[in-house]
Design a protein around this ligand. Structure first.
Ligand code: RNT
Ligand code: ZN
Length: 422
């Protein structure tokens, strides 16, 4: 039997198995069109960027470890890598770009000088790929972030510098969204915090609020750009206080009806961001997700299909939240083939969403509401070993991308032909 025939037959059996529980696998595959994943550009080069001189990753506990050969060092290399990644993924993606990845053409352009022209070639590239684009101010890896404070700095010159950067990034985001015809989500994450016990937490937090208000003075239409703010519990070297904590940003987001960004590496390890989505969405219109895999700390390992990610996907799908949840990835592992990392991590996230779409939620809810908790537990457990793999393979086949582990070979080829020649 040919490989494709086998996939189709396995799917036919899986379809019947799910149908017996009232689940329509064809509809689930169709609905995957609405799961759009924003690919973090920084997995191509370990959060390096294209500034002159090279910005070096530092501050706030973001750290890419490893030195696997082949990292992208130019815009062309990065685009070629991203094109390879896109070719190996089913479904729809977007590009998530950080401000340090501008097309500066060898010129020194400081963060308070960036303009839309530095990102035009990225917008054009996204057009050729038929994808949308998201954007991020880069408030780290810079001499003015060396004190450990940016938007909440007590050094007025530094604070003003970062407010200007953020203003410009929001303006650039609005232009990106306008040109691409899909809103650009602009995320703000700052590394501000303190290693040891501070005495003026309040001083820094009130400065952060002032800075955000100043940077957000200009309103842009929601069709062009949306603001998100990303909290964090702690970072390495910032163990005692993070200025932009969850309470701070949740409050700020509710007050201003902007997005909170929930990064699943940014909470206590027993907290689940899957649990936070329905809580936040009672009070704000949308959230942004940074899906990652923290191992013991916010280590940003490549996403795998684990229970954290599955709860996130289930909560989004059960509640029909896809139009209110913007899905971004945030991992950066420099110790493995970086293209491979993207493909594994993105596919794992997509698998979680497809699994969520194959859940017999109506039956489970009925059990729950009738107090039949054994039945709920049993069915949830049984769903874990249904023929999901057959549905996933069929989905990849229909999307005309490598099925199963076939992409391993393709990435090995790319490593040999492209990455190893860098
Ligand atoms: C850092 C945050 C932030 C960054 C990126 C590069 O802890 O998660 O989202 O990872 O902006
Ligand atoms: Zn993040």
């Amino acid at each position: 039997m040919t490989k494709n025939k086998l996939i189709e037959q396995a799917y036919a059996i899986a379809r019947e198995q799910y149908a017996a529980l009232g689940v329509d696998t064809d509809a689930a595959i169709k609905n995957m069109e609405d799961v759009v994943i924003s690919l973090q550009c920084w997995q191509t080069d370990d959060v390096g960027g294209f500034e002159t001189p090279d910005s070096e990753l530092s501050g706030g506990g973001i750290q890419a470890t490893g030195n696997y050969p082949g990292k992208a060092t130019t815009i062309d290399e990065m685009r070629s890598d991203l094109e390879k990644v896109l070719s190996l993924l089913p479904g729809r993606q977007r590009l998530n770009l950080h401000a340090i990845y501008g097309d500066f053409k060898g010129e020194k352009v400081d963060r308070n000088q960036i303009e839309i022209k530095h990102f035009q070639s990225w917008i054009d590239w996204c057009k050729t790929q038929g994808i949308g684009m998201d954007f991020n101010a880069s408030l780290f890896s810079h001499p003015r972030a060396a004190s450990g404070f940016t938007l909440s700095s007590k050094n007025e010159e530094d604070r003003r510098f970062w407010v200007e950067h953020l203003k410009r990034c929001r303006k650039i985001s609005a232009e990106i969204g306008k040109q691409l015809g899909t809103p650009c989500v602009h995320n703000t994450w700052i590394p501000d915090g303190s290693k040891d016990t501070p005495v003026d937490r309040n001083g820094h937090r009130s400065l952060l609020k002032i800075s955000l208000d100043e940077a957000r003075e200009t309103d842009y239409p929601k069709e062009y750009m949306k603001d998100a703010v990303e909290s964090k519990l702690f970072g390495i070297g910032l163990e005692s206080m993070t200025v932009g904590s969850h309470e701070f940003y949740l409050g700020y987001a509710i007050q201003n009806n902007i997005l909170v960004c929930l990064d699943n590496g940014h909470f206590h390890p027993t907290e689940q961001i899957g649990d936070k989505i329905s809580a936040c969405l009672q009070f704000i219109d949308e959230v942004l997700l940074h899906i990652t895999r923290p191992v013991r700390w916010d280590s940003d390992h490549v996403v795998t299909l684990n229970e954290d990610v599955q709860l996130i996907a289930s909560e989004v799908i059960r509640n029909n939240f896809l139009s209110r949840v913007n899905i971004g990835l945030d991992f950066f592992d420099a110790s493995v083939n970086r293209i491979g990392a993207y493909v594994v991590g993105t596919r794992a996230t997509q698998k979680a969403f497809l699994i969520a779409m194959l859940e017999p939620t109506a039956i489970l809810k009925k059990y729950e509401e009738a107090g039949q908790h054994f039945e709920r537990l049993a069915l949830l457990e049984e769903m874990k070993t249904k023929l999901f793999g057959a549905v996933w393979d069929y989905y990849c086949l229909r999307e005309d991308v490598s099925v199963g582990e076939d992409y391993i070979k393709e990435i090995q080829q790319y490593e040999k032909n492209v990455l190893n020649k860098r």
